[in-house]
Structures are given as structure tokens and as C-alpha cells.
Design a protein around this ligand. Structure first.
Ligand code: LLP
Length: 433
């Protein structure tokens, strides 16, 4: 765990806050996000990438955790953001995020979303299909604008991670297949369009990665095509987006510093650009998980405890798959502790389960806890800051928990918990029933 986790008087502290007091003050289930940890990651990215190499940008992948407060942090830090929906665009606009620092991704951008992006004046649209071109041109005509376009490729490289989060292999709904007859006409259409400004190529090979091989292989493929584009159309690839995917620690994975990925990538980018005879393109990365995952913990209160003799002991909490779908979806593994008994020896193995009506609603399969575990204890799960709140649902009409931000002992709401009324606020009873 990161160094913001401490144990004092047997209680778990996170970024200077007593988590048992947070549970009392704000209620559970609760997401807690550390401002300090987010800033540490942003500063690490600056030191190891944008300050170290010229002509580089960080475009935080909003999908990992998107709230107005998160955008405010990134706005102040001078970072860019990657957005993938009208909702993320709307949130960015709401906090006055500078439009030129917004990059719009997605494999099926809707006309109304493209309209929002073009009207807002986003810095880049990442093209992900042939039929997207007329949609962008429509919007450009409507708002009298010209758009910077990067083209997302499918480099045909398989990264080693969970199958659901691999995106760079050939059989993928993302990116444009690298077949001459498919890819080159799209590039030509972008170059020839009076509304579009071809700026470069984009790739994203997968998520939760710890090795560099697949990144380097994919970048080589991308630069092979930069050479073809130069030869065929005499056009320069001026920007290259490496995507995100930098792995984090959930249980015992060893997190690599950003420089582990960036240094060899930047060296290869320079080398390949020199070979092609173009300026070294601007380099952009889209980290999501690695900025926020370890900045988040989830707090729950223990409810029913059920012992099935000779089988197992179920410890139920007041949250589950509605606030963390990653275990059911990807067999993700988490570490947790009993926050109010953090010093007690852990001698019992239990299954930590949620309150949702689904047998698969398990958060930790074999969790070691003190034998004294009882109703009312507070459980903390670590590294839940990415794709937790972001993927939360109202299954069983349970409210989505709130998010509290902590910073050196201070705490404040970042997102208030949903109320029952908010869950049904858009319900309508049809008049014919
Ligand atoms: N850029 C693009 C184009 C992406 O599709 C993604 C993630 C990222 C950047 C950010 O990747 P990251 O740095 O966060 O690994 N819900 C899954 C992860 C899905 C990732 C989808 N795309 C999970 O909970 O593991």
C-alpha cells in the first residue's frame, strides 16, 4: 500500500484521516479519495514525462474516475483530459475545463456528442471509424470550425492482461484495422477534408500492464505506418498518442515508475522519426488507473455474519457489486483490513460479500480478519479509486455511495451519496397501466 496508509491506536488512517471517524461522519458505504496521492501521481508524470521531454502532454483518461472535483484538480495542474462521452464533455465544460486541452475518444461517437465537442472546441478528436468523418464534418459546418484529428489504429499486438481489457489486438472493436485498403483511404479523406486537420496517430493496447514489450512493438507498428503516410501522401505524423494502461498495485503487483515505460518509448519514437525523416512527433499519454487507483479506498460497515460449518464464513457489508463491479467482471483481487481493529492479529479466513441479490456479489474471496470480527466493524478496501465509482450502478435500487476527498487530515464531500428519491427521479408511470 502507499505511504498515506498508517495505523495509529489500532485504527486505519488514510492521508491523515482516521477512517473510522470518516465512516461515522459521512456514513458507509463510502469512497474516499486522497488528494495527496493524486497530486503525487500527477507530479510523478510531470517529472518523468512532460518536464523531462519537450512537446509532450498528459491526457488523463476520465473514464477511470470522472467528477467535477477531479477535473478541477487536472485543470489547475495544467493537464489535458481524454473524454469518451457527452457526459464527460458536459462535466468538463461545467468546470470550465479549457477546451483545447480536451481530447475526444470513443468507438461510436454519436452525432450529438460530436456536436457538443465541436461547439466546445476540443483540442483533438480521435477518429475511430470511417463513418465518423461525415459526422465530424457536419458539426464543423454547423459551428464554423476546423477540427484536429488523430486516427486510432489497432496495432495488432496482444498485451498480457485480462481479456476484457485488451484493446490493441487485431480482433477489437477499437481502432482502425491496419489494412492498406481500409486504412489509407481514411487517412487520405482526413488529409483532403477542408474541415479536418490531420495531426497524427493514436493507439491504446490494453490496461493494467507491467511490461514494455507490447508498447514498444505497437509503437514500431504505428511508426511503420507513419512512414507509409509520409511516402504516400507526403504528410507528417505530428503527434503520437501511446494510450494508457500503466499497471497499479491491487494486491502484490509491483507498480513500475512511469519512466520505465516512457524512457524506452521516447527513445524509440525519436529513432523512428529520424529514420522516416520527420520531426519527432509530440507524444501524448492517457493514464487513467495509474493516477487514481491507489488514491482511493472504500469503507463499509459489517452487517450479517454467516458461518456455514465446514464450508466458509460469509461476512456481509453494506456495499458490494453496485459500487465495485470489478471483482464480478474481471475476477479482480483486492486487499482489505478491519479499519477499527487494524492492530489485531488476523487469524480467520472469511469471504467478504456484498448486499446485492447475486451470488457472485463477492468482494474478497479469502480475506484474513481478526477472530473478533463482528457487526458494526468498519472494513476498508484498498486501491479502489479507479473504475469503482466510475462503474457504479443502481442495481437493486441501491443508492450509489458518496465520495469524500481527504487531504492531510482534512475531509470534504466530492460527490454526495445518492438519495432514494434521486434513484427514481426519472421514473414515470405510463397512463395505460
Ligand atoms: N486510453 C484509452 C483509449 C482507453 O481505452 C483507456 C482505457 C485508457 C486510455 C486508460 O487506461 P488505464 O490507464 O486506466 O489503464 N474498466 C476496466 C478498464 C477498462 C479500460 C478501458 N480503457 C477495469 O476496471 O479494469
Amino acid at each position: 500500500m502507499n505511504n498515506l496508509v498508517e495505523i495509529k491506536d489500532g485504527k486505519l488512517f488514510f492521508d491523515g484521516c482516521d477512517t473510522t471517524e470518516l465512516a461515522k461522519e459521512y456514513g458507509t458505504a463510502l469512497y474516499v479519495m486522497s488528494y495527496t496521492e493524486i497530486m503525487n501521481r500527477i507530479n510523478e508524470l510531470k517529472e518523468q514525462f512532460t518536464d523531462k521531454y519537450e512537446n509532450t502532454r498528459i491526457a488523463y483518461a476520465s473514464k477511470a474516475f470522472c467528477t467535477e472535483g477531479m477535473y478541477e484538480i487536472l485543470k489547475k495542474a495544467g493537464a489535458c483530459i481524454d473524454v469518451v462521452s457527452g457526459g464527460e464533455l458536459y462535466t468538463a465544460r461545467k468546470v470550465g475545463f479549457p477546451a483545447e486541452r480536451v481530447e475526444f475518444n470513443g468507438n461510436n461517437k454519436l452525432q450529438k456528442e460530436i456536436d457538443l465537442a465541436v461547439e466546445y472546441g476540443v483540442g483533438r478528436i480521435i477518429l475511430d471509424g470511417l463513418q465518423e468523418i461525415p459526422l465530424i464534418e457536419n458539426a464543423c459546418k454547423k459551428f464554423g470550425k476546423k477540427m484536429n484529428i488523430m486516427i486510432r489504429i489497432t496495432p495488432g499486438v496482444a498485451a498480457s492482461t485480462h481479456d476484457y481489457i485488451v484493446t490493441g489486438k487485431k480482433d477489437s472493436k477499437f481502432g482502425i484495422p491496419l489494412e492498406r485498403d481500409i486504412f489509407l483511404p481514411i487517412v487520405k479523406q482526413v488529409i483532403d477534408s477542408e474541415y479536418l486537420n490531420f495531426t497524427g496517430l493514436h493507439m491504446h493496447i490494453g490496461s493494467q500492464l507491467f511490461e514494455n514489450d507490447a508498447f514498444l512493438k505497437a509503437l514500431n507498428v504505428l511508426m511503420d505506418w507513419a512512414a507509409i503516410i509520409k511516402k504516400e501522401f507526403n504528410a507528417d505524423v505530428k503527434e503520437v498518442n501511446f494510450g494508457g494502461g500503466y499497471g497499479v498495485t491491487y494486491t502484490d503487483e509491483e507498480r513500475m515508475p512511469y519512466s520505465f515505460f516512457m524512457d524506452p518509448m521516447m527513445e524509440l519514437l525519436q529513432k523512428r522519426a529520424d529514420e522516416i525523416g520527420i520531426e519527432r512527433p509530440a507524444a501524448v499519454i492517457e493514464p487513467g488507473r495509474s493516477v487514481v487507483a491507489e488514491a482511493g479506498i472504500s469503507l463499509y460497515t459489517v452487517g450479517q455474519i454467516k458461518e456455514i460449518p465446514g464450508v466458509r464464513k460469509y461476512v456481509s457489508i453494506d456495499g458490494g457489486m453496485g459500487d465495485n463491479i470489478r471483482v464480478a467482471l474481471y475476477q479482480a483481487e483486492y486487499k482489505g483490513v478491519v479499519a477499527n481493529k487494524a492492530n489485531e492479529a488476523t487469524s480467520e479466513k472469511v469471504t467478504l460479500c456484498g448486499k446485492y441479490c447475486e451470488s457472485g456479489d463477492i468482494l474478497i474471496n479469502d480475506m484474513l480478519v481478526p477472530a473478533s470480527i463482528e457487526m458494526g466493524d468498519i472494513i476498508a478496501l484498498f486501491s479502489t479509486g479507479a473504475y469503482g465509482y466510475a462503474m457504479a450502478s443502481n442495481y437493486n435500487n441501491n443508492p450509489i455511495p458518496g465520495v469524500v476527498m481527504v487531504k492531510e487530515g482534512k475531509s470534504a464531500w466530492m460527490v454526495k451519496p445518492q438519495t432514494y428519491e434521486q434513484i427514481i427521479q426519472n421514473n414515470v408511470i405510463p397512463d395505460f397501466i
